[in-house]
Design a protein around this ligand. Structure first.
Ligand SMILES: C[S@@+](CC[C@H](N)C(=O)[O-])C[C@H]1O[C@@H](n2cnc3c(N)ncnc32)[C@H](O)[C@@H]1O
Length: 243
């Protein structure tokens, strides 16, 4: 599998930290709002594990988590995060698989897919919903976000995030071009600077499938799930539960 994070993984955790300040309360609220209280919470495309930490904090200590992460370099950060905190180590299983290749638990409390659904084509999503929906425990749900753009749209280059660690400042810049009816291509630049002077620059590109709220709701309805917004306004977060 092509891994768009192979070269950028070292920057992902620090540059997504600010966004998680926004997503964490929404994810915790959505998890606690589910009436299903048994089964495994699956974090699909868990990345560096920020969502996993939120899941563990939101749910009871005996509630298991399966963190699915195909990128070896991001998985290294995830595994370190899961190992470092004993409350995570005892309940988080890290799987080196991807969304379609991972063996899903028979009983799923929540299927979480934060900041990742654009990596799946419409056909892949259909397969995923077909596998996941019947495994949701009664009252379980799918929780995900649709990050903008939700339709094929040109996005002008802008700075997404900036963090200072020691003497160095790390910046993530992004732009997107339309490459298909349902696809954009993100151009990501990771810029490291010292005292305003460039130290290094990495450019990474990857394609991203876009969909909007109506398309998501229709897809999930075909698998017996009802979708509603959750989280802070403008978070683009949704929870889908069985009808
Ligand atoms: C932008 S990162 C988000 C990571 C994490 N969910 C977060 O919000 O911090 C997208 C993640 O999706 C993962 N990913 C890409 N393709 C995937 C696939 N086919 N199945 C599962 N995960 C995938 C990437 O490896 C990466 O960890």
């Amino acid at each position: 599998m092509n891994d768009p994070y192979q070269r950028s993984a070292e920057y992902i955790d620090i540059l997504i930290a600010e966004a998680w300040g926004f997503f964490a309360p929404g994810l915790a609220e959505a998890l606690r709002g589910l009436s299903g209280t048994t089964g495994v919470t699956v974090d699909l495309g868990a990345g560096s594990g920020r969502g996993v930490a939120v899941i563990c904090a939101a749910l009871p200590d005996d509630s298991p988590v399966l963190a699915v992460e195909p990128s070896p370099s991001l998985r290294a950060v995830l595994l370190a995060r899961a190992h470092e905190d004993v409350r995570l180590r005892e309940r988080v299983t890290v799987s080196p698989t991807d969304a379609l290749g991972t063996p899903l638990p028979d009983h799923i409390r929540a299927l979480v897919a934060m900041n990742m659904i654009g990596h799946l084509s419409p056909d892949d999503r259909q397969v995923l919903w077909g596998r996941a929906a019947p495994r949701l425990v009664p009252g379980g749900g799918v929780i995900l976000n649709l990050s903008p753009p939700t339709s094929p749209t040109h996005i002008a280059r802008s700075r997404m995030s900036s963090r200072k660690v020691g003497d160095l400042t790390y910046e993530g810049w992004a732009s997107a071009e339309v490459v298909g009816d349902h696809q954009v291509r993100w151009h990501m630049t990771y810029l490291v600077q010292r005292d305003g002077q460039p130290v290094s620059e990495l450019v990474v590109e990857y394609d991203w499938w876009v969909l909007d709220e109506a398309e998501l709701g229709k897809e999930l309805a075909e698998h017996g799930l009802t979708t509603r917004r959750t989280g802070p306004p403008d978070a683009g977060m949704y929870v889908a539960t069985r009808n």
